[in-house]
Design a protein around this ligand. Structure first.
Ligand SMILES: *Cc1c(COP(=O)(O)O)cnc(C)c1O
Ligand code: SF4
Length: 448
């Protein structure tokens, strides 16, 4: 095996991408202007093996990784464009870009305080515990990705790679928390992308947890990652691929369900030899791969794309898991689809595939009260409604109860919906109490 060299492209060096010679001056300018506000990073695999440069304007992966003019509001775009033309000092530019970012709702759905648990009278940095069974862990060394998605809601945390010296300390803290919280069965490593970590760093994080496994109730360790799409060579052609794979095998051999929550947005990402080999390598350790993706304009707003993606995933031994709605953050206007349209695409795609692919659930909105599934559009007593239900709830008792919202063809998020047959959704009063109990000075939006 020869190591495959990873080359990152950012605003600093993107002009070296030889395929970019097909871009117009206006495209270049847009990358620069928008790339100062939204995260921009791509790499040699994405460029050489995923993007079809002959038709880059309509290419889903080009749209996924390259900033486009329409991703910013015109006024914001003009502001940054002018600042760049005027060559204002770096620090002023940074502050200006931050002002624009703040207006793009960088922390949607109660991420900032409602989900952060208290432990020993302190807020636990780098941890979220929203649903009873599952703890999210954001190791600080994993808060970057092999490339950045232009729609990403995690973008505020891509502030450069952090020092790894906190690794074992962070992890010991999580290990202690899990020992005192036996309701937790799942630990999810997330980011960014934890699989940007080297074997050595990842081991520093996982070891303290494996050491106390018997004193916890952990049954599943999940790893949320887009590395299979953005850098599959991580598992086959990195210096430490072998060690990483044997660590996974070791976890599986302990009787743990090791599940990769793989982020795929388009069937093109499942078509290269590199990704097929990587999936085979991961599966050979006994790890599972479950797949998830948001649904977006310009990337995957077509039932055929989803049906093909699910079929390919199943053929490659992966399990379709979630279709998400776009969150209200970043370039939402560019990407967002109305609930009605997302549901129609889901329904059309779901009806095209066999039951083996129908492990997928969606479209789902991850909002402050929970994950709300759009189960259908129905007419009840002459009123057209969305049929909704929680597939995950801040209160587990809310899960699986059908509830109804007035049909609205333009609504794109729960905050746009009004209850049908009543003036409140069934969970609203309780949500209010949870909200009051948690933090009085929380800036999070209740029903976002
Ligand atoms: C989706 C999600 C989970 C995992 O939920 P599952 O239904 O177990 O897949 C956990 N925490 C948060 C905050 C989530 O959004
Ligand atoms: S890989 Fe995930 S965390 Fe990274 S930019 Fe894309 S959506 Fe965001």
């Amino acid at each position: 095996m020869t190591e495959k060299k990873y080359i990152a492209y950012t605003l600093r060096n993107y002009k070296q991408i030889k395929q970019l010679s097909v871009l117009s001056e206006a495209d270049f300018n847009a990358i620069k202007v928008v790339g100062n506000v939204l995260p921009f990073k791509t790499n040699n695999y994405v460029i050489d093996e995923l993007i079809n440069w002959d038709d880059y304007k309509n290419d889903p992966i080009f749209n996924l990784t390259f900033p486009q003019k329409k991703m910013l509001k015109q006024e914001h775009y003009d502001l940054i464009e002018k600042a760049l033309k005027d060559n204002i000092p770096e620090s002023e530019l940074f502050a200006l870009c931050n002002d624009v970012r703040v207006e793009l709702n960088p922390h949607p759905a109660g991420q900032k305080c409602l989900n952060v648990p208290m432990f020993n009278n302190k807020l636990m940095q780098g941890v979220q515990h929203k649903y009873r069974e599952t703890v999210l862990f954001f190791p600080s060394a994993g808060q970057t990705c092999h490339a950045y998605c232009t729609f990403c809601f995690r973008w505020p945390q891509f502030i450069g790679e952090k020092n790894m010296k906190f690794a074992s300390r962070e992890s010991l803290e999580v290990a202690k928390y899990l020992q005192e919280h036996h309701e937790v069965t799942d630990l999810l490593f997330t980011g960014g992308d934890p699989m940007t970590m080297t074997y050595k760093v990842f081991k520093k994080y996982i070891d303290p947890i494996l050491e106390v496994l018997d004193k916890t109730n952990i049954q599943t360790i999940r790893i949320g990652t887009k590395s299979l799409s953005f850098w599959p060579y991580r598992y086959t052609h990195a210096q430490d691929s072998k060690e990483m794979l044997s660590l996974f095998k070791k976890i599986v051999d302990k009787g743990i369900n090791l599940a990769f929550m793989a982020h795929f947005n388009h069937p093109v990402e499942l078509g290269t030899d590199a990704v097929k080999e990587a999936i085979r390598a991961l599966r050979s350790t006994g790890a599972q791969i479950r797949t998830q993706s948001p649904i977006f304009k310009h990337i995957n707003d077509d039932p055929e794309i989803w049906a093909e993606m699910w079929r390919k995933q199943v053929n490659l031994n992966c399990i379709p898991y979630y279709m998400f709605m776009a969150r209200d953050t970043g370039a939402k206007d560019y990407f967002e689809l109305p609930i009605d349209r997302a549901y129609e695409i889901f329904k059309a795609a779901y009806s095209k595939v066999s039951g083996i692919c129908r492990t997928v659930r969606g479209p789902s909105m991850s909002c402050t009260p929970g994950k709300v599934l759009i189960s259908g559009i129905a007419e009840i007593k002459g009123e057209k409604v969305f049929v909704l239900r929680f597939i995950q709830g801040r209160n587990p008792d809310w899960v699986a109860i059908p509830f109804f919202a007035k049909y609205d063809k333009d609504a794109s998020w729960i905050s746009d919906l009004e209850p049908a047959f009543g003036d409140k959704f069934f969970f609203e009063d309780e949500m209010e109490v949870i909200y009051q109990q948690k933090y009085t000075d929380c800036e999070d939006n209740k029903f976002e």
